[in-house]
Design a protein around this ligand. Structure first.
Ligand code: SAM
Length: 312
């Protein structure tokens, strides 16, 4: 597991995104430019990359507005206030506190988890959250509390904009508390700004080109993720992104793109063709038997070919 890269302690996001890059940081950060003035994290997700990069300024962009509101709330409010509000919500909805009472207290065990105990309470919290129309700090922290108790700490909204993620097995355990605490400390101590917008709205001309660096970690065309079920990442969006990266390149600005060429027997031929104009770095995927170089012909159905494409 990644801990220190380039002598810097890595922070793990307190949100869990499919395709989150925490475990790949030790492979991708050394491939980034050495001197970065502004880094634009175009699909910031849990911000595993943005908060760990060495740059004077970080611009984090994501089209998930609830996520960006949450990060801004973490930044603007005191850490104690955030934690206290989470504990208040946990108490209000009588959600489990295994970190205080253990699993047996809730008639649960660590294998099956706490879902059975928390299910109805979680659904009530989610229903109350969905019924709130006014944005507020409290609503943002309700959203984070839902994530804490949700399936794999993930996010999902339906087409009506209602959060519909199911209950998960875990609660606000010590690991997650530590990750949240570290994350809040980090975003308060660095120059990082969070913006809710679509990547096509990026106006690259508004930034000083000197040592500007763009990192793109979009949803993958050939995999599925809960945050991508509604607004569907599709061939059109993929091509829009690749065109934007070509434009960035034509302006002499450095970029890096995370993606997969191949996953479970599916290949992204559009990406493979486009990447030929740039530099392709094959990464070691965290699953066994998926190292592209070693297993070119073996396990082809189940392998994931994880890459970083750079223009420098
Ligand atoms: C693979 S995740 C990023 C994970 C992140 N790098 C990390 O390590 O935590 C992709 C993100 O892209 C966001 N996204 C999807 N479509 C987008 C769009 N059109 N514009 C901006 N962000 C988008 C999703 O909300 C999701 O957070």
């Amino acid at each position: 597991m990644t801990a220190i890269v380039n002598n810097k302690q890595m922070i793990k996001s307190p949100l869990n995104f499919t395709g989150g890059k925490y475990k790949l940081l030790d492979q991708i950060i050394p491939l980034f430019p050495k001197n970065i003035s502004t880094m634009i994290d175009l699909f910031s997700g849990g911000s595993n990359v943005g908060v760990n990069i060495e740059a004077d300024k970080i611009i984090s962009i994501d089209n998930q507005k609830e996520l960006i509101r949450l990060f801004n709330s973490f930044k603007e409010h005191s850490k104690d206030g955030v934690f206290q509000t989470i504990f208040d919500i946990i108490d209000k909805y009588s959600l489990s506190k295994s970190f205080e009472y253990g699993y047996e207290y809730y008639d649960c065990n660590s294998l099956k988890g706490l879902g059975k105990y928390n299910k109805e309470k979680f659904i009530k919290l989610r229903k109350d959250y969905n019924s709130l129309s006014q944005d507020s700090f409290y609503k943002d922290i309700m959203f984070y509390t839902i994530i804490i108790y949700s399936f794999n700490n993930q996010i999902r909204f339906n087409s009506k904009g209602e959060c519909n993620i199911p209950v998960g097995k875990r609660d606000f355990n010590k690991n997650l508390q530590q990750n949240l605490s570290n994350f809040i400390d980090r975003i308060k101590s660095i120059d990082i700004e969070f913006y809710a917008m679509d990547f096509v709205e990026l106006d690259i001309n508004q930034y000083d080109k000197d040592n500007l660096f763009i990192y793109a970690d979009p949803p993958y065309l050939i995999t599925t993720a809960t945050y991508n079920e509604q607004n569907g990442w599709n061939v059109h969006r993929e091509k829009e992104l690749l065109e934007l990266l070509d434009l960035i390149d034509s302006k002499g600005i450095k970029f890096a793109l995370s993606n997969v060429f191949e996953n479970n027997g599916r290949r992204n031929k559009i990406l493979e063709k486009w990447s030929k104009n740039y530099k392709i770095h094959y990464l070691k995927h965290s699953y066994k038997n998926s190292n592209y170089q070693k297993n070119k012909n073996k396990n082809s159905l189940f392998k994931t070919v994880e890459i970083l494409v750079t223009n420098f």
